[in-house]
Design a protein around this ligand. Sequence first.
Ligand SMILES: Nc1ncnc2c1ncn2[C@@H]1O[C@H](COP(=O)(O)OP(=O)(O)OP(=O)(O)O)[C@@H](O)[C@H]1O
Length: 266
Amino acid sequence: MTTLAHPIHPTGGTLAQAPLSSLQVNGLTKRFSGSTTPVFRDVGFEVLPGQSVALIGANGAGKSTLLRCCVRLIEPDEGEIVLAGERLSGMRGRALRRSRQRVGFVFQKHCLVPRLSVLSNVMHGNLAHACGPRNWLQGLSRNGDRQRAMDCLEQVGLADLADKRCDQLSGGQSQRVAIARALMQNPTMLFADEPTASLDPQSGEAVMELFGRLCRNHRLTLFFVSHQIEHALHYADRVLGLRDRTLALDSTSGDQTLATLRDFYV
Ligand SMILES: Nc1ncnc2c1ncn2[C@@H]1O[C@H](COP(=O)(O)OP(=O)(O)OP(=O)(O)O)[C@@H](O)[C@H]1O
């Protein structure tokens, strides 16, 4: 079991020590119901503020499950999670939702509402800050949100397309809208699950460049899943690798090569 650099506060809540990790995971194990074999067991790692960390592994290795377990979108069976200094394990309801508010998620399938405009989709990113239908409607009608959504679109280079319907966008443009929507949450950390998987090589590079720029400019922490080991080497400070139900690699990317990372796919 990996030892945490900063101990978890026994009662939860914000930790006193600094500097705090963006994410600390210790002893994480996940079994899906009906299966006696865990997807992964006893996984521990740390993501420091401002770091970019890639998670690689073959199909079915458990990458998406691990990413979601880190914010308890999937419930782990065992383990501790500390997100931005707050102990997520054991949190319930409103407290859990509040802790997740500073995390932006970008998925492979952009999950945009096709018939709505680009701007409306980005404004929906703010719904995580409001609970219940009444608050959602109030949240959507705030003038400030409209301006902030435009700012987010500006940052991903799509302000010109604000009024366009999302079903009229290319894959690369859609992914940029999804990133702008994640930025709308004013996150300190971005989780991205195969964000370039459906994109051609050039668009994929452009999206990874965009992540890099956003992380540098806003001191965002990035934790992304990718099968593109070139992206892991080029855009991540550290690479984690899942194999045989355990975390088999936790290394600075500078110490890895395409050949060593390819081992995760044989
Ligand atoms: N909701 C679920 N119920 C049962 N089993 C699941 C569920 N979700 C995932 N699994 C199983 O857990 C394992 C890991 O799946 P996961 O999607 O995390 O892998 P992955 O590494 O992200 O794969 P890929 O690279 O193909 O996206 C797989 O065997 C999958 O079938």
